[in-house]
Design a protein around this ligand. Sequence first.
Ligand SMILES: Nc1ncnc2c1ncn2[C@@H]1O[C@H](COP(=O)(O)OP(=O)(O)OP(=O)(O)O)[C@@H](O)[C@H]1O
Length: 972
Amino acid sequence: MKRKTPLEGGARKKPAYQKPTATKLHSTPAAKSRYKPKLHSKPSALSQPSSSQVVVKAESRTLTIDDYVVSYTNSLARSTPSTGFQSAGTLVKNEVITIDDTDDDEKPTEISEGMRLDTTQDYISKLDIDRPLLIVAGAGSGKTTTLCARVIEMIRRGVLPASILVITFTNKAAGELKARIKKYMEASQMDSGGRMPFASTFHSWCYGLIMRNYRLVGLAQCPMIAAADSEHLAVLKVALQRIEDCRMLALCEGLLGLVAGEPVPVCEEGEEGAMPVFVDFADARWAAVAAATKERYDVTVDQIAAMQPSEAGERTVVSRKKFGAQAQAAADEMSVTRSLFQFLAAKQKGRVAELEPINYAGKFGGKDAGSCIMSFIYRAKSRGDLPKDYPPFEAAVLKAYNATLERFNLIDFDDMLRLANDLLGVPEVLETVRAEFRYLLVDEFQDLNQLQMSLVLKMQQHSGRITAVGDERQSIYAFRGATCEHNFQTFLDWFVDATVERSVEGTMASLTQNYRSHQSIVDLGNIVARDTIGESALLGRLRVPLMALPSAPVVPVSVWHSDSHHEEAANITSKIKELIDSGDCKAADIAVISRCLNFGAYHPTGLIEAGLMTKGIPYVVRGGHSALKSKRMQLFLALIRVVANTDDDIATRICLGDAVKSLGPANLRKLEAVRADSGMKPISLFAKMEIAAQRAHVVTKPAAESLAGFVASIRGWQAQLGLSPLRRLVEVMFREFVAETDDDAKSAPIWGKAAASKGTDGLWTMVDAILEGFLDSPDALPPQDDGDSSFAWDRKADPRGPCTKMLLRAFSGQLCLLSTSAEGISVVRGPDEKVKDKDDVVVITTVHQAKGLEWKHVFIPHFIENLFPMKFRSENPADKAVIRERDAVREPSPKEQHYREEGRLAYVAITRAKLGLYISVLAQYPMPWMENFLGDLKPSRYLPAIMCPPGKPKHRSRGFEYGHDYNSDCEY
Ligand SMILES: Nc1ncnc2c1ncn2[C@@H]1O[C@H](COP(=O)(O)OP(=O)(O)OP(=O)(O)O)[C@@H](O)[C@H]1O
């Protein structure tokens, strides 16, 4: 029977620690001098539960972790971090190697002032740098520390810092890595001549690679990044319109008798034959329709497009009710095909079938068609799936979306990874990359998706010079296609690869000493990991409960039960004030970690923000909707893109869509229908605006004035290209844009209400900081010679000199990467915005943004079912397809997977705390509508029963506190 832990109310027992095995170990030539090996084989003794730090060493053959039995070999001799060291066990097949941790002759490396690596970290960091190393360990065990120590070791062994690439997921984490490596290098008094290893996010690195080499994958121009949700929706809108056009073209063919039988009105799932209606029509089919129309009715398509709707036939064939907001707007836009269809239908009254609307929302399982389709697309693309992997209907949508991106020379985050993968398929690029970065280190390895995994393999599979660090308990990006178990399995398989010239012997290591938190927090993390996350078949044996340092002060974990979210906010903010006033900690030592910052229109941390504001405590909000994600910022970003490239229809559409004054749907339709004088040749939306601004009666007079103002602004800014430096140009644009869009600018000729907002929200400070970073970072700059004189950028020239289109474009890419990456940019707020020390602020953050970070005190609000964990919603078609595929291996259901991921999120949130952890449970939903929407209220399933006994009164304003003295016991 499973023994209960103290947290679960089990009896307290002294831990039964084993004595250390006094045997020495060696693994690498470098380590040989320090560790003398002695192997012994003792399979029978190996099955004991392990709480040791473990190194599993694999030799050249295909293997799985099941080939190994993790042993319990060390003493867990407890000591303080500065003097402490631990023993490690290493297995070669079933042979155990242990090291003597009593030999004090050589102390492990001092990595920074007052901090020494423990023996295992030290040993692992020094393992052969030319062989694969995988470190799998729980939160706070020093994975990142060990990764950085390994970088230092590489440099110490003569590796050039510039040939080391350290890669992670978020800009914040990349910054943290850089800072740590710099600190450790300084502590080791390393003189690298100012050269630092290259620490980057996957996406920044990929975009840099694309900027330098896009021509090699057949692109004429360097693609721009479409990163914001609003942009994706704009692309989707065009894609859906494309689908409608194709369906209508099929009807037109039917009406003209070009195809036999009835036209195909709807593409049903599984109807293979229905697929052709979605193929790109800007080809022979279109030409055939145009020619047949001319022959039969003696009218050209241009003439039809120019006709007023009444002449073409007033039939509304697309029902708008069933479209979501975005899709409906797409349906509103009159396309030439629709004009043509309406014309033909009017001519043949009674002979045409209605075009049935496509029920996108129904097909993609949700109410809002736009967001349902986007969530399908995100999932499918992050997995690297192709349209052919899906049934015809989903395939058509995916295909149309990708085609639309391509048409506008845009890429999204997944395309970035895909293109980088394609580029690494080009031998000369691969060679250059391999020569440039001889060593690759990957943090948060569990979060790689298949495209990222493939990049990693391509870069280092030949050499095995890779170090990966991960924790399957912290895998929280499945929604973006992360394939945690697959990643670890691939790494294991990688120990031997038939394609490599020499066999690659790799090592898999684990750490079990938690240095971050005290035992109550570590215990709670262990329980959540064990009970809710599910056993990993692959890594189960390596998974051992973490242990806290016995020297860490023990503070109980607090669980508060509040009547309402008002009471919760009051409790949390009072405690924060108390902590700061006591002088024990600074504001920066405190975080409020919320599952999300927006739940529909509700902001779970809104009242806490208000409370902090009232109490005069400055804070920063990370994740969710930061100011850089604001509509105003996205508009400004779109403006930069239009200045850099007037053919960028998506950016133009973003400016037009909601923001430009006096442009209602009717004007937009007319604008869309504008044709160039030269006939059928498609022209950009911007060119249409120029025409509409000049020609009379295309759009209404006020709309024409707004368009003229918009076109003049863009042309005016473009005139400064080649004259003003980038900084000056962007600043001028920003000032003019802000002046135009400020609430007070009542007479603004261009921008309507949607673009307006109060104040600048400190936006310029952020744009400015990004500008500086961009100009200081040569890797973000565009290629030396683009080959196209208008975009040519000589890297030897001063990037602060006259700005080119290419430079402006690259900057907008950088702004995109930062403003729309998951983390966004934080905004410091406080009483009257008077925040003295921007670093000494309380952090309010999402769990995703809290990953990899730590605070002395952590508050987790709204720890109730359906909010944390989030309620499971309907299945995504992308999941359905994968589940079908994987039925044979009995994958957990999407629902099960969802709650496991939520459990991992809870694990991440809990394990960020060093000293104080305060979990808040509500007695009622914050908003009345949630009751209907979410069902009965219960405490979060991740709260162990002992912390929330059913018999307790429902409303306890301060709740009870539970904790235990680690020194007296802990075992499970
Ligand atoms: N040997 C050591 N001695 C003292 N402190 C240590 C040691 N190793 C790590 N730490 C500290 O423990 C904390 C956690 O370390 P680190 O961030 O490297 O862990 P991690 O395993 O990457 O954590 P997570 O996965 O939760 O982000 C840090 O504050 C770090 O400075």
